[in-house]
Design a protein around this ligand. Structure first.
Ligand code: UT7
Length: 349
């Protein structure tokens, strides 16, 4: 039987540290508010001149490949999760292949969305390809350059203070022993627009109405990006924070327990929980629900903010680097976010 193990991990965050006090200069917010509601003290923003989602991903990947001892020519498949790609298309999968100078091997590259749960979705996809025997080594990346697309005025403060830039990568490898024991994935599109980056897009007002997006304004280039969107500065992400929070605290424990039940395990078997770093309060709530000690949960949102698809691989790499994950440990990953999409993974280290 084929199993999937994590053979190497790496992460990269930009040098530029943006503290809460720095944001106070841009919008009506405060260090106290941000820390109390989210736990975030600082985050990183990429260099506008030098960095993109892809360049950060390449740095994380180089480290993961080196630690795995896997040559680039032996990567059979690249999976890239991001909601902040360099281009609308093509996706970052082929861009990172080029950045890593891997084009000559012509391995397939798959781009997935799935926002905060992108890394767990990617892990599950990779696991299926490895289990069936089709691929031996897969490079899985989660990377985000949020800072290029946030509203740094008071209007966007509930979103912009939360997000940070960074990248994490894992080399997944075929093994005779587990490995990934279980992945559980879910989605429910009922509240798709409650945490979304809607414009520009091809919706053309179909779902959301002519009035809001002014899609008849064809003289400005069709319906994709209209003059009205431009004038209203209607091209930023929006979030119904309370709805996301309330749903997340239900779905995190639910999907973790689902994976544990499927494996005949319980929360007391978990050695290390790596929750998607959405909000420290959410992670603490989940920790209490599962009755885990502080040293059994890895949180770094205080230093990096919410890096969406990158948050789990960055946190997992940090925990591993810190020696907090040992051979034989049961590691649990869990995420919830835009879509809504959510998922969990159980890994025997
Ligand atoms: O990874 C993606 C998934 N995302 C999440 O999991 C996020 C989940 N949600 C949250 O983390 C929280 O809902 C937030 C941190 C986003 C917001 O916290 P909240 O306690 O839910 O605040 P709220 O949205 O209910 O807003 C409370 C007040 C409002 O003012 P009024 O109407 O009471 O006067 C907001 O305008 O706080 C205000 N506010 C801010 N004040 C200072 C919102 N953002 C800020 C800010 N600084 N940055």
């Amino acid at each position: 039987m084929n199993y999937t193990k994590i053979a190497g991990l790496g992460y990269y965050v930009p040098e530029n540290i943006v503290r809460n006090e720095d944001l106070v200069n841009l919008m009506d917010t405060s260090d106290e508010w941000i820390i109390e509601r989210t736990g975030i003290e600082e985050r990183r923003y990429g260099s506008r001149m030098k960095e993109t989602t892809t360049t950060m991903a390449a740095k994380a990947s180089e480290l993961a490949l080196e630690r795995a001892g896997v040559d680039k020519k032996d990567i059979d498949f690249i999976i890239f999760a991001t909601l902040s790609p360099d281009y609308f298309f093509p996706g970052c999968g082929v861009l990172v292949q080029r950045e890593l100078k891997m084009t000559e091997y012509e391995a397939p590259a798959l781009d997935i969305r799935n926002q905060c749960s992108g890394f767990i979705y990617g892990l599950s996809i990779a696991d299926q390809f490895i289990k069936t025997g089709q691929y031996r080594n897969i490079l899985l990346i989660g990377a985000e350059m949020h800072s290029m697309g946030l509203d740094f005025t008071t209007r966007g403060r509930n979103v912009s203070v939360i997000f940070g830039d960074g990248a994490g990568a894992a080399v997944l490898q075929r093994s005779d022993e587990p490995g990934i024991l279980q992945t559980c994935l879910h989605s429910n599109g009922t509240h798709a627009e409650e945490l979304a980056f809607i414009n520009p897009g091809s919706h053309s007002g179909y779902h959301l109405g002519v009035e809001r997006f002014g899609y008849d304004d064809r003289k400005y280039g069709g319906t994709f990006l209209t003059q009205k969107m431009w004038e209203d500065e209607d091209y930023y992400p929006n979030m119904n924070g309370q709805l996301v929070f309330k749903t997340a605290v239900t779905k995190f424990p639910e999907v973790i327990n689902e994976a544990l039940n499927m494996q005949g395990l319980s929360a007391s078997d978990i050695n290390m929980l790596i929750p998607h770093q959405a909000n420290l309060r959410i992670s603490q709530f989940v920790q209490r629900q599962l009755k885990l000690r502080d040293d059994q949960v890895w949180n770094n949102i205080q230093r990096f903010g919410n890096t969406t698809a990158a948050s789990i691989p960055i946190a997992l790499t940090e925990a591993w680097e810190a020696g907090k994950i040992k051979e034989g440990d049961l590691v649990c990953l869990a995420a919830f976010g835009s879509g809504f999409t959510w998922g969990s993974a159980l890994i025997r280290w």
